[in-house]
Design a protein around this ligand. Structure first.
Ligand SMILES: [Zn+2]
Length: 142
């Protein structure tokens, strides 16, 4: 059985807040028999296999069996998250400048310069990370 595409990852474990952080609790999820190893896993990957059918396997097993497919899935997820973050940051910037409107004239030029350069830095970081992921996905092939 060869995995040709990872379609979705489902983590069935419950979450809890521990010291202000959200953690997944092992043993609270719905077990599902893995079509690769036959054991039960709480974190499933729904995958497409080379005969065209869809299978349910454990995430660890999918990673081991098809590291390239897994990396591509991972990169695509990160890329999509980064694009969402950048879009929401651009919305925040647009909203901020609209809100300042006329007041922007009264900004201390020194402060507003710092303010702008921090924004530019953040946008450059997004662009850089996005470029790296796009390149990685391209290298992995279609
Ligand atoms: Zn398994």
């Amino acid at each position: 059985m060869k995995i040709t595409k990872i379609l979705r990852i489902i983590d069935t474990r419950s979450t809890a807040e521990v010291d202000g952080r959200i953690v997944r609790l092992s043993g609270t999820g719905e077990s599902c028999i893995c079509e690769l190893c036959g054991r039960n896993h709480e974190i499933h990957a729904i995958v497409k296999i080379d005969d065209g059918s869809v299978a349910n396997v454990g995430v660890g097993c999918a990673k081991k069996s098809s590291p390239v497919e897994f990396k591509r899935f991972d990169d695509e997820k990160k890329l999509s998250d980064l694009r969402d973050k950048r879009a929401s940051f651009l919305d925040t910037l647009a909203e901020r400048f609209t809100r300042y409107g006329d007041e922007i004239r009264f900004f201390d030029p020194t402060n507003s310069k710092e303010f702008l350069s921090a924004d530019w830095k953040r946008l450059r970081e997004y662009a850089k990370k996005i470029r790296v992921l796009e390149e990685s996905i391209k290298q992995l092939g279609e």
